[in-house]
Design a protein around this ligand. Sequence first.
Ligand code: AKG
Length: 272
Amino acid sequence: MPQFQFNCQLVKNMRNTNTLTKEEWEQYHDLGYISLGVVYPEEKIDELCDRIDEIMLGNISYEGMKMQVCPSAYGEKDGTSFTTEPPRGSLKFRKIQELEMDPLFLAYIQHPLFRHISRELIGERISIFRAMFFNKPANGGVPLVWHQDGRSWNLNKYPEMTIYTALDKATKANGCVQIVPNSHRECTVHTVESEEDIARFAPPENRHFLEMEKGEVVMFKAKTLHSSLVNTTDRPRRAFSIGFIDSDSYNVKTHQRYPLVFPHYEPIPANG
Ligand SMILES: O=C(O)CCC(=O)C(=O)O
């Protein structure tokens, strides 16, 4: 496991412990989310930003990595198809999956704080069903509807949580995530789209904008409803989202297992 020996004094708002306090666990279980502060030095977050830009530009590539071009690049308002042959020279991607294939992202996924959290919530042997870049390109992006995480992935066990990192400062103006505190208890619908469901589960007065500092991490329950709008600024809004699961988890349709990340990294087993 990588060791981080940075000088916390030098980094503003840097978290200085790799465990959660009793109060933090209580807030997470009560509200369905919690900010963990900045957990990685700014220069290392910058390295992740540079790396994801290189991946988008096609200067670094990994076989099988799924990349979804942002529909706003074509003037469209929605769309969800992935491509393994993205256009070259563009930063207008919406999502990139399987980032554990990249050593810089893998080192971040294996952060000791995430080891602690996943051990407490899940166990010793941990896989990830997704290590995903979420992007709202400058002056672009598409709205993401209110949803819970994990249901559409055909997992045999429902995932517990998402660990979400703002790679850029996230604000209302650039399309930060919105969340409905407490919705993990109340919401019975995975994707909340109808007017009736929105009024019931995500009414405007219950929504909270997750404005985040660059490098800040928020952990939320997979069942906590969240969504996001578009980026109205001239800078990108990049973020990285990790879904940790029990290593015994598998896809019920394909029987595919997932890459192990703790206690060590093992890519998806060849026999699934
Ligand atoms: O970054 C976004 O806009 C959405 C993130 C999200 O839905 C997730 O991490 O599950």
